[in-house]
Design a binder for this molecule. Structure first.
Ligand code: C5P
Length: 244
């Protein structure tokens, strides 16, 4: 049956990846709800099995540039991010080595000097970011690629709220940045990467349970085949295992 073949295929893929983390990429425009999806995954899998990394932590430091200069940067172009460092870190984590993730400050547009967060390998690693599928070297490191597909008006409203409340921006600044860089870069670099996704989750899709159950079932299989412990029972795992 199709369901049994799908489960067998998932088990084979999990076996082929013995003893290395399952790396999941969650892409989507700014304000699309990537964090909600990754939080829902963490809740279902359990924190001891999951590490979350965001591409945002890898924004380049703009050195000695003044605050006014830094503000004018196009932060939605792939060149604004030190993707090569994230690639190195993911390779290290996949090989079982801990890494020092940079810390980025959105209020000053700069990296916090001499401050890092130690990330240790776990059975599941979730990476999110608007541009994580735009470069092949990074894209190839994901075992599962998810794209969160949310309408532009919803994304803008969320961004306006977040950037004024948490990132020290005025509403005028948010609107200007959206029109000059965020929107055009989204159309040029973010939206086209939807084609690389294994799963496209529509806005609020994590509430429907269907995509989430499939995802959790796949992850549980990977976790149990890699480590032999730490599985989390989900409705989908149970019903697939029962053949129902
Ligand atoms: O969390 P989110 O996916 O929205 O983060 C990506 C966004 O952060 C980008 O759209 C970029 O415009 C914004 N950003 C910013 N200021 C920075 C760095 C990134 O507004 N210093």
């Amino acid at each position: 049956m199709a369901a049994e073949a799908a489960v067998a295929g998932m088990a084979e893929a999990a076996e082929a990846r013995t003893r290395r983390p399952l790396v999941i990429g969650i892409a989507g425009g700014s304000g699309s709800g990537k964090t909600s999806i990754s939080d829902a995954v963490v809740e279902r899998i359990g924190t001891k099995n999951v590490t979350k990394i965001t591409h945002d932590s890898y924004y380049r430091d703009l050195g000695e540039a003044s605050f006014e200069e830094r503000k004018k940067t196009n932060f939605d172009h792939p060149s604004a991010l030190e993707t090569e460092l994230l690639v190195k870190h993911l390779r290290d984590l996949r090989a079982g080595r801990s890494v020092e993730m940079p810390v980025y400050d959105f209020t000053t547009h700069s990296r916090r000097k001499d401050e890092t967060v130690t990330i240790s390998p776990t059975p599941v690693i979730i990476v999110d970011g608007i541009l994580i599928f735009s470069e092949e070297e990074l894209r190839d490191l994901f075992d599962i690629k998810i794209f969160v597909d949310t309408d532009a008006d919803i994304r803008f409203i969320r961004r306006l709220r977040r950037d004024t409340l948490e990132r020290g921006r005025s509403s005028e600044e948010v609107a200007k940045q959206y029109l000059t860089t965020v929107r055009p870069m989204h159309i040029q670099f973010v939206e086209p990467t939807k084609r690389y996704a294994d799963i496209i989750i529509p806005e609020g899709g994590y509430d429907s349970h269907v995509a989430m159950d499939m995802l959790i079932a796949h992850m549980n299989m990977s976790i149990s085949s890699n480590a032999g412990d730490g599985t989390v029972a989900s409705p989908a795992t149970r019903s697939l295992a029962n053949g129902s």
